[in-house]
Design a protein around this ligand. Structure first.
Ligand code: GAP
Length: 439
């Protein structure tokens, strides 16, 4: 299984999905960059999330709040006090570990022949910085560790500038920063990552039902996007394992090759914790007035939240397949970085190349995503190269194309080829690419 991870890390680098940040300087722990294909995959994942959370619903609006905010936000949210992980230090080499990562500690103990460790202390994961030209305590602030607080502090703005009525949600995609004690497993635990968060505000008393609703909705999203049923499940966390703001948390678990089932996404019932805290700390009451019932109350909030990098990792692992003569990423077509590749059978035959280029130019205008053109090497190599990055369809222009205005379309998964009329190609591809998304 370790082997599978190293193959994925190597494919990700070789084909331009993920690079180690600052690699020419020896790299930096827990910070990764997305290459050209990784950027496309991330955008497709974010688009699918946004489509399901915002476009397809009439009760969710979007927001894009800043990474920096008033430091009081983090006092109110409880992050300054409670956003901590238990830390221990090896007394021999001063290596630091998360006290709850027993396996790492045991491994470390072996390398030093039974070292002793310091007592557990709480380590705050917030990244600190200074605002303005003075770098003193007074000007200290933080990079956000979650995007959610940007939603809570804009709660009233959204209510007064839109026509939302409870129950309603605010969705946001943006960067978060956590000074994790230990990073690792590629994109699984990093220090800078993009998050996709929905805060869904509901009337107290209806929160249990909405919590159950969002658990089901989110699980469905993964299954619709092709994650294998046997690799995903949902788990309710025991009370002692939930975050300081939570009245109940479930996690969507993925079957990671390096640890077995573990967290991919969190779904929390945050109650009225955040709005109440901000009301208290700002002196500005954040509440909702229900016109029909003539009542004022502080809503509860249900929050599905997931990291984009962790999603990329899960989808790459799930899609990766080695077959007899090829490696193939069986990604859902909606997620594939390149949607269609066009090849002339031979590159040096002018009429073939010209027809292939015309088809390529035409598809580029029509297909909602990247279309690529490849005339290098032989057809077998080109298929291999497209399979490895998960391109769902390859279109080949051959001599018959010149005669009867048809091309072959090869399906990535079945490897079957079909002859399609050039005039029907666009519709055929669109139906097969987009038609599958809501299957
Ligand atoms: N606002 C809720 C929240 O922040 P969380 O469970 O701490 O909850 C949400 O984080 C999601 O963000 C996780 O389920 C995971 O997908 C992702 N995530 C958290 N820490 C991460 C890290 N260090 N590296 C990569 N992804 C991370």
């Amino acid at each position: 299984m370790e082997n599978l991870m190293s193959k994925i890390v190597s494919l990700a680098k070789r084909r331009g999905f993920v690079y180690q940040n600052s690699e020419i300087y020896g790299g930096i722990n827990g910070v990764w960059d997305l290459g050209p294909l990784g950027t496309l995959l991330a955008n497709n994942l974010k688009q699918e999330w946004w489509r399901s959370m915002v476009f397809k619903r009439d009760d969710v609006v979007g927001l894009d709040s800043s990474i920096l905010s008033h430091p009081r936000v983090w006092e109110a949210s409880g992050h300054l006090k409670s956003f901590t992980d238990p830390l221990i230090e090896c007394k021999i080499c001063h290596g630091r570990f998360r006290a709850d990562h027993k396996k790492e500690i045991e491994e470390h103990a072996k390398t030093h022949k039974e070292p002793s460790f310091t007592d557990v202390k709480q380590f705050n994961l917030m990244f600190k910085t200074f605002m303005g030209p003075l770098d003193n305590e007074e000007h200290k602030t933080y990079l956000r560790p979650e995007t959610a607080q940007g939603i809570f502090i804009n709660f009233e703005n959204v209510i007064s500038s839109t026509r939302v009525k409870i129950p309603f949600g605010i969705a946001q995609i943006g960067k978060g920063f956590r000074n994790e004690i230990t990073t690792g497993n590629f994109l699984f635990r990093v220090r800078e990552f993009e998050m996709m968060e929905l805060e869904f505000f509901v009337k107290p008393g209806t929160d249990r039902d909405w919590y159950e609703y969002w658990k089901k909705e989110r699980l469905k999203w993964y299954l619709n996007l092709g994650i294998k049923k046997e690799n995903i499940r949902i788990e309710e966390l025991p009370k002692e394992d939930v975050a300081h703001y939570s009245r109940g948390t479930s996690e969507i678990w993925y079957n990671w090759p390096f640890m077995g089932f573990g967290e991919l996404e969190g779904i929390a019932n945050r109650g009225d914790y955040d709005l109440s805290q901000h009301s208290k700390f700002s002196g500005h009451e954040l509440a909702y007035f229900d016109e029909e019932e003539n009542t004022r109350f502080t809503p509860y909030v249900i929050e599905p939240s997931v990291g984009v990098g962790r999603l990329i990792l899960a989808f790459l692992i799930d899609a990766y397949k080695e077959e007899e003569k090829r490696v193939v990423l069986k990604l859902h077509p909606g997620l594939s970085p390149v949607k269609v590749a066009v090849f002339p059978l031979l590159s040096n035959k002018l009429p073939l190349a010209k027809l292939a280029k015309d088809i390529y130019d035409n598809l580029k205008k029509q297909i909602n995503g990247v279309v690529s053109y490849d005339d290098r090497g032989n057809i077998g190599k080109r298929y291999f190269s497209q399979d490895e990055i998960g391109t769902p369809f390859c279109v080949t222009v051959d001599f018959q194309s010149l005669k009867d205005k048809t091309v072959t379309v090869r399906d990535r998964d079945s490897m079957k080829q079909e002859r399609i009329k050039i005039k029907d190609l666009n519709i055929y591809l669109q139906n097969n690419l987009e038609g599958k998304i809501d299957a």
